[in-house]
Design a protein around this ligand. Structure first.
Ligand code: NAP
Length: 332
């Protein structure tokens, strides 16, 4: 069993990585401020602020068998982490994103596809506010990790992560909406590609890669499917009764001010054709390297439980409100 460091560990993916590593018998240290939540039982929190100068000093020079960094939009965080810790790390995982690719439309691409030009910083620290800057900072971050951690580096370019603990309100919109029944607005785009990964599967794979010293760069997402098939699977999984799905043409949704993918007044999972390449990636190499993805139905049931624990009537970061939906239905 090894000594693991998770840079993060208080929310969603990094929390699930830490919890999985604990379950698999590792000694787990999580380094975060501790303001987003608690670290998993069995893990130890070392309080650090990566925005502070020398914020990682509490860990400098320590040795770990495996380090996992999820730094989202900060190249200085990534550089400081590899500077302080890479020399003493047996394996280094950096969680990147499928937003790093230059061509969002081309379908079936793999990790050798052209990337956005690397970028040092963005005007916002919110990925959805500037997806290109988010992707470009991840390109620069990947480069910094490879330069410092070299042969021990694993780069996981994650697709849409969903499941328990997700606070982005994207995938979870659909299980709660379809479970509610009634007349539900759905994009009339059943053939659109969709690709998601359950946070538990991604975390399990990341931990096993650390154990097995798997290195290289992978697109970490699930099987290629379609919007129609995924919505069918979710509806079946959550036992949607007395549900009538009302397909609305993408042009009409756009005219009604409905955003694709994320944001208030949006339909999550829906994407314009210009972005279909982001959800139709060749993930066979990740599968060959051990990424095992559960059926969407399982993720849908777990997401519904999570949605209910958050409160399905809360203000959402993504999705349609009942009022939004009624307005759209009234225009048909
Ligand atoms: N969600 C998706 O669908 C998706 C898709 C593709 C890729 N990704 C990538 O997946 C990863 C998601 O990571 P995540 O789920 O663990 O969530 P996250 O929101 O990236 O949070 C990660 C950790 O950062 C810590 N943190 C924030 N500010 C800090 C600071 N100043 N100093 C020290 N620690 C700080 C947080 O803890 P405290 O706040 O407690 O300090 C938290 O534990 C990211 O790399 C993201 O880019 C996500």
């Amino acid at each position: 069993m090894g000594r693991w460091l998770v840079l993060g560990g208080t929310r969603f993916l990094s929390w699930t990585v830490a919890a999985t590593a604990v379950e698999r018998g590792h000694e787990v240290v999580c380094a975060a401020r501790g303001v987003s939540g608690r670290v998993p039982d069995g893990a130890k929190l070392v309080a650090v602020d990566r925005d502070a100068p020398d914020g990682l000093d509490a860990l400098r020079g320590e040795r770990f068998d495996a380090v996992v960094d999820v730094a989202t939009m900060s190249l200085p965080w990534v550089r400081a982490a590899v500077d302080a810790l890479a020399a003493g790390a047996g394996h280094w995982t950096f969680v990147s994103t499928i937003n790093i690719y230059a061509d969002s439309a081309a379908r079936g691409q793999g990790v050798d596809a052209p990337l956005l030009p690397p970028r040092e910083a963005a005007d916002t620290d919110v990925p959805n506010s500037d997806p290109d800057a988010y992707g470009a900072i991840k390109v620069a971050s990947e480069n910094a990790v490879r330069a410092a951690a070299g042969d021990s580096a694993l780069v996981v370019r994650a697709g849409l992560i969903c499941g328990p603990g997700d606070e982005h309100d994207r995938f979870g919109y659909w299980p709660q909406r379809l479970a509610r029944g009634g007349r539900a607005v759905v994009p009339d785009s059943p053939g659109q590609p969709v690709q998601v990964v359950d946070v538990r599967d991604l975390a399990d794979w990341i931990v096993r890669c650390g154990e097995e010293r798997t290195t290289g760069t992978f697109d970490g997402s699930g099987q290629r499917s379609t919007l129609g098939a995924v919505l069918d699977e979710i509806a079946d999984a959550v036992g949607a009764h007395e549900l009538e799905r009302i397909p609305v043409a993408p042009e009409k949704l756009t005219a009604a001010g409905v955003n694709p993918w994320a944001a208030p007044r949006s339909l999550p999972l829906w994407l314009p054709e210009s972005h279909w390449g982001m959800v139709d990636r060749d993930t066979a190499p990740a599968a060959a390297a051990g990424l095992r993805c559960r059926p969407v139905a399982d993720t849908a049931r777990a997401s519904l439980d999570h949605e209910r624990s958050l409160g399905v009537d809360r203000d959402r970061r993504a999705g349609l409100t009942p009022q939004d939906e009624a307005e759209i239905l009234a225009t048909l």
